[in-house]
Design a protein around this ligand. Structure first.
Ligand code: G3P
Length: 215
């Protein structure tokens, strides 16, 4: 079970990398725009690759099959650690079918149903990313989808890996691990909260106070 950072903020990625437990990153156009990094899309992605040793997902910006394929080929030429995010539209799944035959690693983003996940897997997608928080936002059970995908992929021995995405809080992470997701990708703020426990803070403070008496 791997932990990815869902961010394009270089300071956050650098800080998370120091923890030594973050294996990769996922980005999207909104995160790159929010990340505040200077430079082109490519320069920002290359900087992220420099900070982490694992894979970085980068999203296509076009919606038509051939343009997506061209974009994906370009992104994947930047580094063997690039994974191209493509949404489960008719055009997107068709693009994934071609790219998977060429060995381009892909990530089915904006996945909101088991049917989308199965179509992506049959097209040869490397990862599927069910968006948990966004399903919760509209009153559906996002984590149920993660569990359903994991269970169905396992039943049919499908090799596509499951990335639990759009995680909003530490309980989502716990639930994603329990549901059997292979990877949980999370914002920096959620990673910080995963470390935190008030009893750890209180315990350290007590030990430090008692240590004064024995030094
Ligand atoms: O990994 C997907 C993520 O970036 C979406 O998160 O919080 O915008 O739904 P959110």
């Amino acid at each position: 079970m791997l932990i990815f950072l869902d961010s394009a903020n270089l300071e956050h990625i650098q800080s998370a990398a120091r923890l030594g437990v973050v294996s990769g990153a996922t980005t999207n156009p909104s995160l790159v725009a929010k990340g505040g990094g200077k430079g082109t899309y490519k320069e920002i992605v290359l900087s992220i690759l420099d900070l982490l040793s694992g894979e970085v997902s980068v999203e296509v910006l076009s919606e038509e099959r051939n343009s997506m394929i061209e974009e994906a080929r370009d992104y994947s030429s930047w580094s063997p650690r690039i994974v191209v995010k493509i949404p489960p539209t008719w055009e997107g799944i068709s693009a994934i079918s071609i790219l998977s035959q060429e060995g381009v690693k892909t990530n089915l983003t904006l996945c909101f149903s088991l049917n989308q996940a199965l179509l992506g897997a049959n097209a040869g997608v490397t990862y599927v990313s069910p968006f948990v928080g966004r399903l919760d936002d509209v009153g559906e059970d996002g984590m149920r989808l993660v569990a359903d995908i994991v269970e169905t992929f396992s039943r049919y021995n499908i090799q596509t890996r499951v990335i639990a995405a759009s995680l909003r809080h530490p309980l989502h992470c716990v639930q994603a691990f329990k549901a059997g997701a292979h990877i949980a990708t999370m914002p920096y703020e959620v990673l910080l909260k995963m470390v935190d426990h008030p009893l750890t803070t209180i315990g350290i403070s007590r030990f430090m106070k008692d240590a004064q008496r024995i030094i």
